[in-house]
Design a protein around this ligand. Structure first.
Ligand code: PGA
Length: 234
């Protein structure tokens, strides 16, 4: 896994946008995996801006969401599908028929990713506990898209968003094996809150205690982070 450290979140977003745009320039029908969460929002802002300026096109691309919360009504604005739609998918020239998010047990999602030839570029966040997509600590290296129980800390982080309702306790996520089969993976990390998880992903044991550590076994993985996430102070 290559490591790149930039000054702050804005530089990380620029660099990530450069990578996405290069992939699409080389392969206009690229298959992309895109995450939800706070971290990629600046990237999505930049991609939407570049699209408006005509610098990139997603017209022939395919986008897969990595995960989805379970137990929400279809169209719930708190769903990851809605979040991705609002943050990026609805702001670019992607064919809506080529935006896929997992549902239920996730088997169709896994099958569809395989059928279109796998990810050309997979963008990932990293959880404070080292999760990638919703592969929480303890996830199997060979896991595929499936229904999972969320870690208590992950549920806690969603409490404010869902209040007064309780946050969902289950999700469907692409698996660790699904992730590691991507031809290229870029993991984004910004802020001091991610420094401990980044340190474990980079120099801790490569095992299920920190699923992000498995990216070190990938032939073309990049951890793109800001100085704060790299533990070099804010
Ligand atoms: P965040 O989520 O970008 O909102 O910090 C990352 C993750 O949990 O994967």
């Amino acid at each position: 896994m290559d490591l790149v450290v930039r000054d702050g979140p804005e530089q990380v977003a620029q660099e990530a946008a450069d990578i996405v745009c290069r992939v699409l320039a080389q392969r206009p029908d690229a298959v992309l995996g895109l995450p939800t969460g706070r971290t990629p929002l600046a990237l999505y802002e930049e991609l939407a801006r570049r699209r408006r300026e005509g610098a990139v096109s997603f017209r022939r691309a395919t986008v897969f969401a990595l995960d989805e919360l379970l137990g929400l009504r279809v169209g719930d604005p708190r769903s990851f599908r809605a979040a991705l739609q609002g943050a990026i998918v609805g702001r670019i020239d992607l064919d809506p028929a080529r935006f896929h998010s997992p549902t239920g047990e996730g088997r169709e999602h896994e099958d569809l990713i395989a059928r279109v030839g796998g990810f050309d570029l997979l963008v990932l966040g990293i959880g404070r506990n080292g999760h990638i997509a919703f592969n929480e600590p303890g996830s199997d290296r060979a896991s595929r898209t499936r229904r999972v129980t969320l870690a208590p800390g992950t549920i806690e982080e969603m409490r404010a968003t869902f209040a007064p309702d309780p946050p969902p306790g289950e999700a469907v996520t692409i698996g660790v094996a699904t992730i590691l089969e991507a031809r290229r993976a870029v993991m984004l990390a910004v802020g001091t809150g991610k420094a401990a998880a980044v340190a474990r992903a980079v120099s801790g044991p490569i095992d299920a205690s920190c699923p992000a550590s498995w990216l070190r076994t990938h032939a073309d993985a990049l951890l793109l982070m800001d100085a704060a996430a790299a533990g070099r102070g804010a």
